[in-house]
Design a binder for this molecule. Structure first.
Ligand code: CA
Length: 226
């Protein structure tokens, strides 16, 4: 069953949602401020986030914006009645849907089902990436060249997936650092070069492929062979 994160500082509402969602069979996690919501929301096991907008430490809008830098997890915002600008801003930041307080639990459950179903469809469609004879299966976290599996570390896998998702687009080191390593990483961008070298060793050199290209002074890209 899906794992739901509730980010809500009002204890009564959080508790009410927790009980209702557990009753429906969901696994429920709670965060009571924006920072905690961001930390928990970046856990890839979370299938959907219910995000209150008025939160201590970090606003819901900011939480949404930062999660969207690295994750497509469905987000349903909880907004105050008639606060149109919050709704618009939240949707601009990549939230999938919103529900206005006070709300009927049935309506929230229905919106959650829609968002979860959409996520499932998206995941299946986007889960296989490829280049020549190489395929990367995001769901199974598996990379193969022809039928042979290539063992990658977590970061190598994520870096390769990000390059493949953006095939034919030059990605700067800063962009890669932000999207693959995340905002919590404070080191410099040399780490990208190191990981590119690992990937080239395991794939380009081993299988004589010309997959990862360096764009001098900018970054890297994977180019479709024409
Ligand atoms: Ca609140």
């Amino acid at each position: 069953m899906a794992q739901i994160l509730i980010v809500e500082d009002e204890v009564k509402i959080a508790r009410f949602l927790e009980l209702e969602l557990k009753y429906e069979g969901y696994t429920v996690h709670i965060a009571s401020n924006g920072r905690e919501g961001l930390e928990k929301g970046l856990n890839p096991d979370i299938d959907l986030i219910i995000l209150d907008l008025m939160l201590p430490i970090l606003s819901g809008i900011e939480v949404c914006r930062r999660i969207r830098q690295t994750s497509d997890v469905p987000i349903i915002m909880l907004t105050a009645k008639d606060d149109v600008s919050d709704k618009v801003m939240g949707l601009d930041m990549g939230a999938d849907d919103y529900i206005t307080k006070p709300f009927a639990i049935e309506e929230l459950l229905a919106r959650m089902r829609v968002a979860l179903k959409r996520k499932k469809t998206d995941t299946i469609n986007d889960s296989i990436l490829s280049f020549n004879n190489l395929t990367l299966n995001k769901q199974q976290r598996q990379v193969k060249v022809n039928k042979e599996e290539i063992i990658l570390t977590k970061k190598e896998f994520e870096l390769l997936a990000y390059l493949l998702e953006n095939k034919n687009i030059v990605l700067s080191r800063e962009n890669i650092l932000e999207r693959v390593w995340g905002f919590e990483y404070y080191g410099d961008t040399n780490i990208i070069d190191v990981y590119i070298r690992y990937l080239r060793g395991k794939i380009d050199q081993k299988y004589s492929m010309d997959m990862i290209h360096t764009v001098r002074g900018v970054g890297y890209l994977i180019k479709d062979v024409v």
